[in-house]
Design a protein around this ligand. Structure first.
Ligand SMILES: NC(=O)c1ccc[n+]([C@@H]2O[C@H](COP(=O)([O-])OP(=O)(O)OC[C@H]3O[C@@H](n4cnc5c(N)ncnc54)[C@H](O)[C@@H]3O)[C@@H](O)[C@H]2O)c1
Ligand SMILES: O=C(O)C(=O)C[C@]1(C(=O)O)C=C[C@@H](O)C=C1
Length: 281
């Protein structure tokens, strides 16, 4: 397969490495808005060439992957589909789905598009962040598969099985609800934790000296880029607000138990939280 990847950052770059590693891509063509990223992607060997003209890049590929931030995704996908022919397949890798699916719902080439979300990533971005093997053993969500052509879905299923990834099928609304409840809220809490510590602990050396596994593991996501996360929060605003209200309630409850010296109550809440061990052993 010839593959065109639009957006040569963490996810586009990692997918390029995985496709190459598994012998799934013969020729890899990149499209990248940031010249420095384009140059670095070529130096790192993520793609064979970078094409400045979007239409030309799309026409040369069997598979087109759109791997740009969610605000750009909604702008880029319709023109990509305008150029897509009946033998080609287009996928996205976006973290939210409803706005994107709505943007192409009436497109005459909608059937060639398969909405895909690999549940794998890191807090880093750009071509330097690309990792071979990032997707191995992880889940990939395929959304609203019934609205894509059956042969396009089959090609995408074979591709992700080969990486290998576990396939999960959801409709766009369920996808956005459940990713808000698990993934998006985790980023909000980590940003809030970093802001809290930076506000209270003015001596940065103290943060450096005292940060151990606990702080490192809970603050890791706060290193993530606003260019990735603001568009996600914007497109999934209502679901994120819903889960954020619950989170604020939980924080308030824990605060009240401590203020009231209700240590039995705190024990019970921590035991309830420990249930997560059964789900994620
Ligand atoms: N970061 C994660 O952990 C993660 C995981 C799964 C899915 N995603 C989704 O994958 C997509 C890409 O995220 P990422 O983490 O790889 O971001 P990234 O910032 O690492 O890479 C995005 C790249 O797209 C480029 N770009 C932006 N607009 C463009 C345009 N119009 N045309 C061409 N290139 C353009 C940027 O310059 C950048 O190099 C996002 O939609 C994100 O929601 C991210
Ligand atoms: O592990 C991380 O650093 C991630 O942010 C990956 C992560 C997540 O688990 O929330 C982030 C966004 C996605 O759309 C999918 C995966």
């Amino acid at each position: 397969m010839n593959v065109t990847i639009i957006g040569l950052g963490l996810i586009g770059g990692s997918l390029a490495l995985s496709l190459r590693h598994h012998g799934l891509a013969q020729r890899l063509i990149g499209v990248e808005a940031n010249d420095a990223h384009a140059r670095r992607a070529l130096e790192l060997g993520l793609v064979d060439e970078v094409e400045a003209d979007l239409d030309r890049a799309v026409r040369q590929a069997d598979l087109i992957v759109v791997a740009v931030p969610m605000d750009a995704m909604v702008a880029v996908l319709p023109p990509v589909l305008d150029t897509t022919a009946a033998h080609q397949v287009v996928i996205d890798v976006g973290s939210t789905k409803q706005a994107l699916l709505a943007a192409v719902a009436q497109h005459p080439n909608r059937g060639r598009f398969v909405a895909v979300h690999p549940m794998a990533g890191t807090e880093h971005s750009g071509p330097e962040a690309a990792i071979n093997g990032l997707f191995e053993g992880k889940t990939v969500v395929i959304c609203d598969a019934a609205n894509s052509d059956a042969d396009a879905v089959r090609i995408v299923e074979q591709l992700f099985h080969a990486l290998p990834m576990r396939l999960l099928y959801l409709d766009g609304a369920d996808h956005d609800l459940h990713t808000a409840y698990v993934s998006h809220i985790s980023h909000i809490t980590s940003f809030a934790l970093a802001l809290t510590v930076l506000e209270k602990e003015k001596e940065e050396q103290r943060i450096f000296d005292l940060a151990s596994g606990g702080f490192e593991s809970t603050v890791r996501l706060a290193k993530s880029s606003p260019a990735t996360w603001v568009p996600i929060f914007r497109q999934n605003r209502l679901n994120v607000l819903d889960v954020l209200d619950e989170h604020l309630h939980q924080l308030q409850h824990l605060r009240e138990l401590l203020a009231q010296e209700d240590y039995q109550g705190l024990t019970e809440q921590i035991q309830l939280a420990n249930h997560i061990r059964k789900i994620l052993p």
